[in-house]
Design a binder for this molecule. Structure first.
Ligand code: KPL
Length: 294
């Protein structure tokens, strides 16, 4: 396939590094220096001490190539703005990789023929403009929201054990499942300032995971069959060495994804019903605003 990937952060580079082995990949990056490095060196993926290098093309969005068979949106939820959708033709199949549920309305309302959503369970850390460390092998769960199933089937045919795709039937349940993971692990690691593995192994943080899970389950009781406490702890252990995306955002003084992950939940629910989630939300907002003032 001819694939365009919009966004060249850790996740965008990880997808480019793996998919670029078998597909023709163009990475759309905002900054010229990054595009130059991607063109010159390709994408480097480090996994378990081994280095893989993949050639890609790199362009700015203003040079968008409308012939892609698939466009993967690997930007943060808050960067999914209108200009992207003016650039990409409505016939192009889109795959959304965002955390949280802030983009759920877009999935439903955007006038694109083929729309897919994914929840990414890999641990990835961007080392430099063209290098990503694949710190935890997970899966990319992928569901068709509407339209043709061809691009999704092609991704499912990928046979790389380090970068598997798994088909999901219900995209809303899939996103909600990932929401449980991100709503608990991301704020906790961002506040505690620790890697994912530590929130599961430290008994005090682990107690908070249990309390937060209980609150989320109380709001979405039907999710009990779809995600257990053990599943959340398993994600922590599978990505044990990973610094969550929210921790990295806080450390770098960047805006976090807290709004698309917890914003709606906190606004719709009384703090008395979700004391732990509400506290985590406020603490991340506090860190975020402190970071942006420096
Ligand atoms: O999705 C993640 C993130 O950091 O955003 C997890 C699964 C928690 C991996 O770090």
């Amino acid at each position: 396939m001819d694939i365009g990937i919009i966004g060249a952060g850790a996740v965008g580079l990880l997808f480019a590094g793996y998919l670029g082995k078998r597909h023709n990949v163009t990475v759309y990056a905002r900054r010229k220096e990054q595009r130059e490095q991607l063109e010159a060196y390709g994408v480097t993926v480090w996994r378990e001490g081994r280095r893989g290098q993949t050639d890609v093309q790199a362009k700015s969005l203003s040079a968008f190539d409308s012939r892609h068979d698939l466009v993967i949106l690997a930007v943060k939820g808050y960067d999914l703005d209108e200009s992207l959708f003016i650039t990409v033709p409505t016939e192009t199949p889109l795959l959304f990789l965002q955390n949280g549920i802030g983009h759920m309305d877009l999935l439903k309302t955007l006038p694109y023929d083929t729309v897919m959503a994914a929840s990414v369970e890999h641990g990835a850390l961007k080392e430099n403009e063209h290098t990503v460390l694949h710190k935890g092998v997970g899966a990319t769960n992928i569901a068709l929201v509407r339209g043709a199933s061809g691009p999704l089937q092609r991704l499912l045919e990928e046979k790389d054990a380090a970068f598997p795709f798994v088909k999901e039937d219900d995209y809303e349940a899939m996103l909600l499942r990932k929401l449980f993971i991100n709503a608990i692990i991301n704020p906790l690691t961002a506040i505690a300032g620790c890697v994912n593995g530590e929130v599961a192994s430290n008994p005090y943080y682990s107690a908070l995971i249990e309390q937060a899970y209980g609150e989320l389950l109380h709001l979405h009781p039907h999710m009990e069959e779809m995600i257990s406490l053990e599943d959340i702890k398993r994600v922590c252990m599978n990505t044990a060495q990973n610094r969550s995306s929210m921790l990295k955002d806080v450390e770098n003084g960047r805006m976090t994804e807290i709004e698309s992950i917890l914003g709606e939940l906190v606004r719709k629910t009384s703090p008395r019903d979700i004391p732990v989630m509400n506290t985590l939300y406020l603490l991340v907002k506090g860190k975020e605003s402190a970071g942006r003032m420096t």
